[in-house]
Structure formats: C-alpha cells, structure tokens
Design a protein around this ligand. Sequence first.
Ligand SMILES: NC(=O)c1ccc[n+]([C@@H]2O[C@H](COP(=O)([O-])OP(=O)(O)OC[C@H]3O[C@@H](n4cnc5c(N)ncnc54)[C@H](O)[C@@H]3O)[C@@H](O)[C@H]2O)c1
Length: 255
Amino acid sequence: MSGILDGKRILITGVLMESSIAFHAAKVAQEQGAEVILTAFPRPTLTERIAKKLPKPAKVIELDVTNDEHLARLEGLVRDELGSLDGVVHSIGFAPQDALGGNFLNTPFESVATAMHVSAFSLKSLTMACLPLMQNGGSVVGLTFDAQFAWPQYDWMGPAKAALEATSRYLARDLGKQNVRCNLISAGPLGSMAAKSIPGFTDLAKVWDERSPLEWDMADPEPAGRGIVALLSDFFPKTTGEIVHVDGGVHIMGA
Ligand SMILES: NC(=O)c1ccc[n+]([C@@H]2O[C@H](COP(=O)([O-])OP(=O)(O)OC[C@H]3O[C@@H](n4cnc5c(N)ncnc54)[C@H](O)[C@@H]3O)[C@@H](O)[C@H]2O)c1
C-alpha cells in the first residue's frame, strides 16, 4: 500500500509518552511510509521505551533544544543514520511552574525567558540545525495552542506561543527560496504531560465540550498527528507560514 510520506525521511522531536502528540505524528508518519528518527529529552531511555510501541523501529538521538552542543552534533548523527531529511517536527513546549496557572502578573523574567527559549526560539534553532540535511527542500511543522486569545491558566505559554507563531512566519519568509516550508498545527487541548503540568488546564478544556462544532476528545492526539503528517506531505506544496487548526472548529466560534 502506498502512503503520502512514501520515501520521506522525517525527524520528530517531542516523543515522551504515548500521550505525546509527537508519538502520534511518528505513528501516522510510519504508517504513511516515512522513515522516522526521533529526538529525546530529558533522557533517551524514556523515548526509546515509548518508541518500541511504534509500528516500526526508530533510532533515538538525545536533544535538549537549548543545548548548543546537542544542536551542533545533530546534523552529523542524522546524516549517519538517514543521509538527509525531508521534514522536521517541532513538538516541544515548556514553561516553569511560576509562569503558569494564574501567576502571570508576578512571573520573573528568568522564567519567561526559559519559556521563550524552549518553546519559541527553539523552532529557529532546530530548523537551522537540520537545514543542511534538507538540500532538496523540506517541511517543518510545529505545534501551537491558538495564541490569538488570552486563555485562563496558560499565562506565559501564551506569549511564548505567539512568539512561536511569529517565528514560524519569519522562517517561512527566509527559507522559501530553499523550498523549505514552515507551518504550524494549532491543536485543541489534549491530555499530555505538558498539558497536565499546567494547573487548571482540564477546566480550560471544558470549553471544548461546550463550544466545539466537531466532537472533541482530549484523550485522542491522533487528529493532531494526522494534521502534522498532512503538512509534511507533498499535498501542501505551496503552503508556508500557515497555521492549520486541528481544534474541532472552536477558533471559528463567536460565542
Ligand atoms: N497538549 C495540548 O493540549 C496541546 C495543545 C496545543 C499545542 N500543544 C503543543 O504540542 C507540543 C507537544 O506537546 P504535548 O502536548 O505532546 O506534550 P508532551 O509533554 O508529550 O511533549 C512536550 C515535549 O517537549 C519536550 N521538551 C521539553 N523541553 C525540551 C527541551 N529543552 N529540549 C527538547 N525537548 C524538550 C519534552 O521532552 C516533551 O517530549 C508542545 O509544543 C505543546 O505546547 C499541546
């Protein structure tokens, strides 16, 4: 059976648990014919354990996206394994506890800086680390939580996601000439580790029960994974700097 990622080589960050959006991106990507390589943070052993649940084996490389040495050695490690890349998935987000959960007005800049570094600037760092591997063009896909709105509890992750969204547009601008696209999936709430670390995030998710035109299941990250794979494929060849909502349609609702 042929798949929409047949013959493509894809690097996927952010596989931590089976609930990780990135796990589902990796699963669907393999099902659609891609060869997948994973990066791991904080420990490769965790990601290796989860990777065993994928349909096919996937090599795991350690990568803290704020560590310049890790970023510098990434190209060589991926080249040894796959030779080149056709796509990169950025599925990374983090903010310290004092930047979340209702502490917006009192968060120290140090914590804001960490959130920005890990969650937004890293899209640029990761893309540039992988760029030499995408000589024939490529597709970079990241994950946002709609930064047009001020959400309860989300606090400094909101500005971090706004920065991620802008970073994606600037990358799209600067890498178009190399036929490298950069797009984001704006996902609805999902019950991953990252979400559970935000106090009150499940209350926020109740909005989806009331407002989502399409039924939304917080326990099902596969729709987000499918969206990522669609953007990695050749079916969006002239789309870049875009944000595709995989949120059940909540973003269109006025009330
Ligand atoms: N869960 C949701 O409701 C939701 C909704 C919209 C967008 N998102 C976004 O989706 C992405 C993936 O999150 P998830 O929900 O799958 O949660 P997750 O906890 O499974 O994934 C977050 C990942 O970020 C990685 N990470 C954190 N710091 C890192 C660092 N310094 N270097 C490299 N990796 C690092 C973690 O290892 C983890 O794999 C994030 O960008 C998140 O903000 C999540």
